[in-house]
Design a protein around this ligand. Structure first.
Ligand code: ADP
Length: 311
């Protein structure tokens, strides 16, 4: 891949996202309900979400051609999610429809202090199989960068990682959500592992309260075979442990309004930049600018910026 240090001269690369699509059903409540309680909520919104969908939208708005490999149900939510991706210019030829399972949903309650409780029902996301990955191998073959998360079945993620490695693609894994270490045979398949600090702590069992501690955790993951580790640290930026060594990238200072989808924006932006041949450090800085802008605005997908807002 030809590299350039200038974001503005990035070529249009292709990103394939293998992952989840959910309809987020968001209620605003005076406080989170306790067991057995019925509460009157303030508002109800239906918003397209899922880590896969959010990252695909971010990559598309930030300059990449994007193809989505995933599953929705044969229902209204599925049709609406598909239409939303298509409106972003995302290729949905490999977005299959499950007949039996409903489209994935996330039931999200947000209280007046901004705290949330979330229940996710995987639905059709749970029906994405290794056979689907094999059937859509041409989509992976035509991408420069492949992005996976952990909201689809582990066997399917592993199949996507293996296919990406075999095809010589740049493979990004956002290990989210994660509750413990990844299987040891996964890590050598990954070019860029991008956890947030909670996920990095779960992967390594190490505390992550500072960039120095993040560097220690990242080194542990690199020794397990991942080529590069980018730990996102919210307002404290990104700790990048690259093949060339560890570097702490400070985040731009902004007034955060809603940090939902900050990580998804960072990952989609980084993938788009790498697919376009941009050097790693420039891609990280660009992705941080995109994520910082997203936290100044409310919502998940609505907060993700476009390329024209960043140039
Ligand atoms: P996640 O959304 O997965 O929890 P983070 O909160 O670590 O991910 O955010 C991802 C990236 O978004 C950070 O590395 C940073 O670049 C940017 N970001 C997040 N919160 C802020 C903030 N308050 N100010 C500036 N940038 C932020």
């Amino acid at each position: 891949m030809t590299e350039t240090n200038s974001q503005t001269t990035a070529m249009k690369g292709t990103v394939a996202v293998v992952g989840s699509l959910n309809m987020d059903l968001v209620v605003r409540v005076p406080r989170l309900p306790v067991a057995g309680e019925t509460l009157a909520g303030h508002t109800f919104d239906q918003v397209p979400g899922g880590k896969g969908g959010n990252q695909a939208v971010a990559a598309a708005r930030l300059g990449a051609r994007v193809a989505m490999i995933g599953r929705v149900g044969a229902d209204g939510n599925g049709a609406s999610l598909r239409a939303g991706l298509q409106a972003e210019g995302i290729d949905c030829a490999a977005l299959d429809t499950s007949e039996a399972a409903p489209t994935g949903v996330a039931l999200i309650s947000v209280d007046e202090e901004g705290r949330n409780s979330i229940v996710i029902v995987a639905g059709s996301n749970g029906e994405l199989t290794p056979a689907d990955i094999a059937r859509h191998e041409a989509v992976l073959a035509s991408a420069n960068v492949i992005v996976c998360q952990l909201e689809t079945p582990p066997d399917t993620v592993l199949a996507a990682l293996k296919t990406g490695r075999r095809l010589g693609k740049t493979v990004i894994l956002n290990p989210a959500p994660v509750i413990g270490p990844l299987p040891s045979d996964w890590l050598p398949l990954v070019d860029y592992l991008i956890p947030n600090e909670v996920e990095a702590a779960a992967l390594t069992g190490l505390p992550i309260g500072s960039p120095a501690q993040a560097a220690d955790a990242a080194q542990v993951l690199r020794r397990q075979g991942v080529r590069n580790v980018l730990i996102t640290l919210g307002a404290s930026g990104v700790l990048a442990a690259l093949e060339s060594g560890p570097t702490h990238f400070e985040a731009p200072r902004v007034t955060a309004v809603d940090t939902t989808a900050a990580g998804d924006t960072f990952i989609g932006a980084f993938a788009a930049q790498r697919a376009g041949g941009v050097a790693v450090d420039s891609a990280i800085r660009f992705a941080q600018r995109a994520a910082a802008l997203s936290v100044t605005r409310p919502g998940a997908q609505p907060s993700i910026p476009t390329l024209s807002e960043l140039t």
